[in-house]
Design a protein around this ligand. Structure first.
Ligand SMILES: O=C(O)c1cc(=O)[nH]c(=O)n1[C@@H]1O[C@H](COP(=O)(O)O)[C@@H](O)[C@H]1O
Length: 282
């Protein structure tokens, strides 16, 4: 087990294995395609096969909590097992639960998803800043204590996000720009070698939004999780165009495009290698 902080651990993995996160999203249609039952047990089999096939090949896994929650407590129990199985690999596990609440409730989310030894805690958590970045302080504090990471939504991959995220505040900054700057300040209070533990979620589908909103993403000092690669239409070209010189901090994320290549291990590994090769920009 590495003693490096979350950001530096992820940085090293991205360099060794390629900057790709595989989303574990066991959609019912994928269970059908893999010949598995639409049940918690089917989802368990699906997710374990993904982790076992790709655990030595990818920098990160991102189990999507809602897909498990839809099966109730049996699904959540499977999510716990999947997080534990990811922990048996060297890849980092980003639990995609997009949590966010007032500070006193956020304490409980932080304990559940980032607390040392909690069954729902991976290496990092996605959080939603709609209640204010300040309200998420318990998550950032808990992550720092336990050496974990947090990815805060900034410019999401879905077009519906524009209305709020691109909105202008005080006639100057955009909402997204303020979130990015607040998260960056958190990293300045941390010790790290390459990148800090506090990251952003910025979709690969956002086209010129960073430029349009006058956001200089090159100044950002954490990892950038970038979903939207594959099923949502973005490819490596979009990743390079969106992030420019900040691309070395980008962890591209793809779920359905890769998962559709299963269940055979060789095809899953082949899909990962192909995307990773396309993401090597130097
Ligand atoms: O936080 C996320 O991971 C996320 C943020 C975002 O802006 N857009 C987005 O698609 N995601 C997640 O990334 C995954 C995308 O899945 P695919 O479209 O199948 O690659 C889903 O689990 C989404 O919930």
């Amino acid at each position: 087990m590495s003693t490096a902080g979350f950001g530096d651990r992820l940085w090293d993995l991205m360099r060794q294995r390629g900057p790709l996160c595989v989303g574990i999203d066991p959609h019912p249609a994928l269970l059908d395609q893999w010949g598995l039952e639409r049940s918690a047990q089917g989802m368990r089999e699906f997710s374990m096969r993904v982790v076992d096939a790709l655990g030595d090949h990818v920098a990160a896994f991102k189990p999507q909590s809602a897909l498990f929650e839809q099966y109730g407590s049996a699904g959540v129990a499977v999510l716990e097992e999947v997080i534990a199985r990811c922990g048996d690999t060297d890849a980092v596990c980003i639990v995609d639960a997009k949590r966010g609440d007032i500070g006193s409730t956020m304490d409980a989310y932080a304990a559940a998803y980032l607390g040392e030894g909690s069954p729902l805690a991976g290496d990092a958590l996605t959080v939603s800043p709609y209640l204010g970045v300040g309200a998420l302080a318990p998550a950032y504090e808990q992550a720092q204590q336990s050496g974990h990471g947090v990815f805060t939504l900034a410019l999401t991959s879905n077009p519906d996000g524009h209305g709020i995220q691109h909105a202008t505040v005080d006639n100057a900054h955009s909402v997204a720009g303020l979130i990015i700057s607040e998260v960056n300040t958190l990293n300045t209070k941390c010790d790290f070698q390459h990148i800090g533990p506090f990251g952003l979620v910025i979709g690969a589908t956002i086209q010129s939004a960073l430029t349009d909103l006058h956001i200089n993403i090159e100044d950002f000092t954490g990892p950038i999780l970038s979903p939207g690669v594959g099923a949502q239409g973005a490819g490596s070209e979009q990743v390079r165009d969106v992030f420019g010189r900040a691309v070395d901090r980008v962890l591209a994320s793809s779920s359905r495009q890769i998962l559709r290549c299963g269940p055979e291990k060789d095809r899953l590994v082949g899909a990962v290698k192909e995307i990773c090769d396309s993401l090597r920009f130097q």
